[in-house]
Each structure stands twice: as C-alpha cells, then as structure tokens.
Design a protein. Structure first.
Length: 256
C-alpha cells in the first residue's frame, strides 16, 4: 500500500463534518491565539488536544500518543496560570493513567488493530467510579484550599471529573465521553473566570475556551461512534440467533 493510499484510507474513517469542525477549530484557535498574543504553550496544547479528541472519538489507538503531548503542555499551561489542582492531578494521576492506557490498548487483544474495541464495565466498577469521584473531589478541595488556590471549589470538581473520565478511558468505556463533556463544562467555567475577573493572563485564556468547545463536539461524536459498535454487536447477535433458530427448525422438520 502506497503512502497516498494509506492517507486516503485513514481519512475514510472520518466524515466531512468531523474533518470540517476539526479544521475550523484549529484555524480559529491559531488566529485567536495570535490576536490575543497567547503563548506557544497554549497553541500547542490546543492543537494536540483537538487531534487527540478527534482520533479518540473514532477509536484510534494512536490518539493516546497525542494525549501524552496534550497533558504535558496542559501541565505547563496550568503552572503559568497557577491552577495548582490541575498541575497536581495531571502530573500524579492523569499522565500515569494515559501511559497505562497506552500499554493496555497496544498490548491487549487489539494490539494488531488500528482501532480499539470498547469494553463493558462490571457492576462493581460503577460503585468504584463514584468512590473515585467523591474521594478525589474532597481530598483535592483540602489540598487546593491549603495552597490558597483561587476558585478551589470549581477546581476540585474539575479534578473529580478528570479522574473519573480517565478511569473510563483506561477501561475503554464509551461512557468516558459523557464524563468528558461534564469536565469540559467545568473547565470552561474555570478558564472563563480569569477573563471575567481580569486576573493574571485574562483574555489570553480565550483559546482555551474555544478548545473546550471543539473538545465537546468531538466527545459528542465519540458517543455516536462508540455506540455504533454496540448496535452492530446487538444486530450480529440477533442475526446469529435467527440463524440458529432456523437451523433448529429445519432439524426438527427433518427428524419429523
């Protein structure tokens, strides 16, 4: 297969809508970043993040490599804005989970595939997920309060959503996209506040808000794309059941 054929095959996994909103999002972020004089860190975080979310929505395993870049730049970005909760969480929890996900996704049953196969959570995992959310929210509130972090309540909620979403990422669950949308809403508020309050970098965080909007569109696409696999599996099971039933009926007729 030639390089041109590989590129054509790669883009065949995406709809024109997906290609359009990603392209428009990237252009908008670069243009706005230049206008408001955002740092190169902000631009790189946004670019890698949008590519990561778009690839993840289409179940590509390589998306996790862009996730490492996104999180790395986000940690630096959060240091600049003094969002210490985001710094601690992404350094101590998110980045290790993504690295563990890379090992899991690339060495498991899907190691020879370009795309990952989603996993169904066990019942006890939903309880575990709720525990993770509550424990992270409470513990990070006290950590952020001790660090005299601004908007500590919103920041600790963001930390809880982040931890829960990345647990679901590790487990290859389609429900990560629902949690990511919740996270995007919380982060939108968190990064909007500096603009409203006129603190620190202020208007320079505007590209972050655009990025979060594009993330949310990708997450919605992820819900749709990952749900198709479930519908296809159900259709396959139903079809197999009908075939088995027909075969059984024919066997009974022959015996009769």
């Amino acid at each position: 297969m030639t390089l041109a054929e590989k590129i054509k095959r790669f883009f065949s996994y995406f709809t024109w809508f997906e290609i359009t909103y990603v392209t428009v999002g990237l252009i908008a972020i670069i243009v706005v970043s230049i206008i408001v004089k955002s740092s190169a860190i902000t631009i790189l975080y946004s670019i890698f993040g949008i590519i990561y979310c778009a690839l993840l929505a289409s179940k590509f395993k390589v998306s996790l490599l862009f996730a490492v870049l996104q999180v790395s730049f986000y940690i630096v970005q959060s240091v600049l804005y003094k969002n210490w909760g985001e710094v601690i969480l992404n350094s101590a929890i998110v980045l290790p989970i993504i690295l563990a996900s890379i090992i899991s996704w690339f060495t498991g049953a899907d190691k020879k595939k370009e795309q990952v196969t989603k996993n169904q959570l066990k019942n006890y995992e939903w309880i575990l997920l709720a525990v993770i959310f509550v424990v992270v929210a409470i513990s990070f509130y006290f950590i952020l309060d001790a660090l005299d972090t601004q908007n500590a309540v919103i920041a600790c909620i963001s930390c809880a959503f982040t931890a829960a979403a990345h647990y679901l990422l590790l487990r290859k669950s389609q429900y990560m996209f629902h949690v990511f949308i919740g996270l995007n809403i919380v982060l939108f508020i968190l990064w909007l506040l500096p603009i409203i309050q006129g603190d620190g970098f202020g208007i320079e965080s505007l590209p972050m808000l655009i990025t979060l909007v594009v993330y949310s569109i990708s997450n919605i696409r992820g819900i749709v794309n990952w749900s198709k696999e479930k519908k296809a599996s159900l259709a396959s099971v139903t079809s197999e059941s009908h075939v088995d039933a027909d075969n059984l009926e024919k066997d009974n007729e022959n015996k009769g």
